[in-house]
Write a protein that binds this ligand. Sequence first.
Ligand code: ZN
Length: 352
Amino acid sequence: MERMSPPPDMSGRKVVYTERQGRIRYTYYDDGLVKITKYKHKSRVRWGRVIVALIFFLLCSYAVAHLIGAVASAISGKKKAASEKEFIFDSSISEAVEVGKEPAVTPETESKAEEVKPEPEKPAEPEVKKLDFKVCLDPGHGDYDVGIMNAQGVTESSQNLEFAMLVKEQLEAMGVSVVMTRTDNVNVSMDERCSLANKTGCDLFISLHMSGSNDPYDGSKGVTVLINNASPAMDSLLASNILDALSKAGISQSNGVQPGFMGMPESNYQINTNTVMPSCQVELGYLTSDEDALLYNEKKLDYAKAVAEAAAKTAKELNVIGDDGKRLLTGQLMSEGKSHIIVNEDTPIGSV
Ligand SMILES: [Zn+2]
C-alpha cells in the first residue's frame, strides 16, 4: 500500500496567482509550488431560493388564473345576458321589442302603430239566426186549478209551467219571439189566454198539458196532441210536427193527433176555437204513468227542443219565414176553417 505524503506546509508562501480550468483550480506560490485543488461535482441546491421561486410562481399562477377567470366570466356573462333577453313581437309596429323596454317611438312607428293596431277583438258571440215569428206558449192551469195531481203530489200546473219555460228558452235561443200566458203559479182565464195571443200577433199557439187517469194501473200513457175538431190544415200541420218531433225524442207511445176534446171529439178546447192562429194542445204524457213520469224527468230538455224545433219547422212550412229565418208573411198568421162550436167547460179528470 502506497503511503501518502503529508500535505506541504503552506505557511510563509505567497500566492502568485490562481487559475481555474474546469473543476481544477491551480494556485501558484512564489517558491514555484503549485497547489492543485479539484472541485467535486456537486451541485449546491439553494433551497431557500427554490422555495421563494416556487411561492412566487404559485402566486403568479394564482393571479393569472384569477385574472383569466374574471375575464372569461365577464365575457360569458355578457353573452348570457344577451341570450337571455326576451323578445316579443309587437305586430303593430312589426319589430321585436325587448321585454321591459319601451319600444323606441319614432314618428314613423307611432303613426304605423296607430294605423295598423287592430281593435281589441271582442269575444266571438254565437251568431243567433233570428227566426222572425212569434209563438204563444200556454202552460195549462195554475193557482187553485192544479189540473192532474199524481200519487207523489206532483201537480200538472207546476209541471206544465216548468216545461213551458224550457220550451221558451229553446225558442228564444233560436231567435223566436215568445209570449207566455203565465210565468207564475197564477190563474189565467181561457178568454185571457186566447185574447193575449190574438192581440200580440202570435203566429202559433201551443198549449202545454199532461194527461191523467183515475186508475194509475190501467196502463194509460203516451202523448196526445189535440186540435180543433174541424181539423184545420195549419193546426194539423203544427200538431203533427210536434208529435213527430217528440216521438223522435223518445216517448212511451204516440196517441196521435186527435180532433176536439180528449175523448169527446164533438167538443173543443177553448184555446183551439178562440185563437185566430194555428193552435194545438199538447198532452205531454200521463202524469199518473210511472213510465211517462220517468221519461219526462229524463228527457224534458229533449222534449223542449223538439217542440221548439217543430214550431220553427211549421213556421217555415207555412211560409211565415224563409229558410234564412227572415219573415215572409206580412201580418199575423191566421188559421182558416176553425170551427167555433161549443167549448166543453166540463173538464173530466183524464182529459184536462
Ligand atoms: Zn191540463
